[in-house]
Design a protein around this ligand. Structure first.
Ligand code: PGA
Length: 254
């Protein structure tokens, strides 16, 4: 896939770090990196508890803030949830949907399908995570990806695809140190484009940024970016280490 938009690098801090002070240190390091590599769009998705404090430190930085999940209802009796309206008021740029760790906690394809249009309406970019639990030798995992994408985009018009990101995150590669082979990532992003073409049309399909996540680090990022055909990364563990994360951002220069 050709990169028509700036590379996108998203830091998924998950449930880290332990304190706001530590979050500020990681944030400051990432801010320096974002300033140095202006070619890329860098998004930090911290725990929501830190979001507004970190936002105060943004200044003129090109960094933006995202979150790791959201509830599709504007307000209401949803104990423990954060609504899309609130995130929009806080000027959150991206929301991660369907991360495998959230799917384990009960986020379904149907819920994702409701959240996508609600986010688009609020001018927030949905980052839809898809990925197989394991790679079988018969290629059945392609069907898993196709089903996840087809269900997630059920309520979306072709014209909205330019505002959607798909993160291919094979579950076996998340936090395990096992990265998908570059050739497999390349094939998967082509496959995702094919599915999107089937559901919508080719022109719209090419507008979706497909990024990769799963044990991305300073050593494997360059090959994944230049040969994997992807538009960027969703980074977990390595995003908590600014020096390493900086190298990942740097790897997205062509
Ligand atoms: P990882 O996590 O980089 O630690 O494998 C990626 C993710 O879960 O988004």
């Amino acid at each position: 896939m050709t990169h028509t938009t700036p590379p996108l690098v998203i830091a998924n801090w998950k449930m880290n770090p332990a304190t706001l002070d530590e979050a500020k240190v990681i944030f400051a390091g990432t801010k320096v990196a974002a300033k140095k590599f202006l070619h890329a769009q860098v998004v930090i998705a911290p725990p929501v508890l830190y979001l507004l404090e970190l936002k105060k430190l943004l200044g003129k930085s090109s960094l933006s803030l995202g979150v790791q999940t959201a509830h599709e209802a504007p307000l209401g009796a949803y104990t423990g949830e954060i609504g899309i309206g609130m995130l929009s008021a806080a000027r959150v740029s991206h929301v991660i949907l369907g991360h495998s760790e959230r799917r384990l906690l009960g986020e379904t394809d149907e819920m994702i399908a409701r959240k996508v249009p609600a986010l688009l309406k609020a001018n927030i970019v949905p980052v839809i995570c898809v990925g197989e639990r394991e790679r079988d030798t018969h290629g059945n995992f392609y069907g898993v990806i196709e089903a996840q994408i087809t269900k997630a985009l059920g309520g979306v018009k072709a014209s909205a695809l330019k505002n959607i990101v798909i993160a291919y995150e094979p579950i076996w590669a998340i936090g395990t140190g096992k990265t998908a082979a570059v050739a497999d990532v390349y094939e998967m992003q082509l496959f995702i484009e094919k599915i999107l073409t089937k559901i919508f049309n080719r022109a719209a399909a090419r507008k979706v940024a497909v990024i990769y996540g799963g044990s991305v680090n300073a050593d494997n990022a360059k090959a994944l970016f230049t040969e994997g055909g992807i538009a960027g990364f969703l980074v977990g563990g390595a995003s908590l280490k600014p020096t390493e994360f900086t190298k990942i951002i740097a790897a997205t220069t062509n």
